[in-house]
Ligand binder design. Structure first.
Ligand SMILES: [Mn+2]
Length: 326
């Protein structure tokens, strides 16, 4: 870890023009890291842009610097030629979406991630699967530089909170150590939790109502699942980004040890899986070419309907459930 941190700090000090990104559908961990680095690099007088494939989910607008996050379309008009790119929370380059075309062209690509299956697509690859969030890694780096401040702390606390399901899982003594260190900068953890978890626009609850109608459960295997169709997004004026976190409502069911949510895309079904302590979701995701962590993973099935995908997944789980236990 020390070697990577020193190497990355050297690059940050040496160069001046940076771009930052995370995975296509940005989440609290990725956005927290992006805004933390935006604040860090600006504080150091560097030129920096954050580019994401998809627009910012409304509830993350509170992050310091969030209003400066560009979509690819806006960034392209800027004629900015970056020297260094920094990619957070992406196991593979394709996870960035079309932003990857800009990122991979930069002379130096810094890949900072905590997914075990990371493909090391960067020129510097700092991959640390034992860390509960990439935000943790950013904390170690930025505190080493002695550049921590209240804004950065707020961003990184958001990463920690998001990737631990509001401090419910992926927890070690280090997670609480970093959280405690972050609080020293005067942030308000209750206020941040309210912003992340209790600022859901009504349309999302309406989407949830439609999703909940599709719930099915396998009582024997303790697995619950539900579906989201393109039609449901249309009816509620929502998009896939608005499904973030909804799967936790499925996981919260007493009778379930594992939950999956199937999201229809054009020619693709995107599946998110979450578990409590019985199942390792990563083993399922890996079988289908996806990735993640023991309690939270994702994968896609291509050119199949929601129904067909449901059959494929259930058949696999019912056959292999013994191998999937933690
Ligand atoms: Mn993450």
């Amino acid at each position: 870890m020390k070697k990577h941190i020193t190497e990355i700090i050297d690059v940050i000090k040496k160069y001046n023009r940076f771009v930052i990104t995370t995975h296509q559908i940005p989440d609290g961990d990725g956005l927290g890291c992006e805004t933390a680095f935006l604040n860090l690099l600006k504080q150091m007088g560097k030129q920096v842009y954050v580019i994401n494939e998809k627009s910012l989910p409304e509830k993350y607008q509170f992050l310091p610097g969030a209003d400066e996050i560009d979509t690819l379309k806006i960034f392209k008009k800027k004629n900015f030629v970056p020297e260094v790119s920094i990619v957070f929370d992406c196991s593979g380059a394709e996870r960035m979406g079309s932003v990857s075309h800009i990122i991979l062209k930069t002379p130096i690509v810094i890949n900072i991630d905590h997914h075990i299956e990371n493909e090391n697509f960067g020129t510097i690859n700092w991959v640390s699967p034992q860390q509960s969030s990439v935000g943790m890694m950013c904390y170690f780096l930025i505190s080493q530089m002695e550049k921590m401040n209240k804004e950065i702390s707020e961003c990184l606390y958001t990463s920690l909170s998001f990737d631990t399901g509001s401090f419910h899982y992926n927890l070690t003594d280090k997670t609480f150590y970093v959280a405690a260190e972050l609080l020293k900068y005067g942030i308000n953890p209750q206020d941040i939790a309210n912003k992340i978890y209790y600022q859901q626009p009504l349309k999302i609850t309406k989407l949830l109502a439609l999703i909940l109608k599709t719930i099915k459960i396998d009582q024997g295997l303790k697995i619950i699942w539900a579906k989201v169709s393109l039609d449901m997004y249309k009816k509620t004026k929502t998009t896939e980004e608005d499904t973030e976190g909804l799967i936790d409502i499925l996981r919260s069911v007493k009778e379930a040890e594992m939950a999956f949510l199937m999201k229809e895309r054009k020619k693709e079904i995107k599946i998110s899986i979450r578990s409590k302590s019985m199942y390792n979701t990563h083993k399922i995701a890996k079988h289908f070419g996806g990735g993640g962590h023991p309690n939270a993973s994702g994968f896609s099935i291509y050119n199949a309907s929601l129904k067909k995908s449901e059959d494929i997944i259930l058949q696999f789980i019912r056959e292999k459930w013994k191998d999937l236990l933690i």
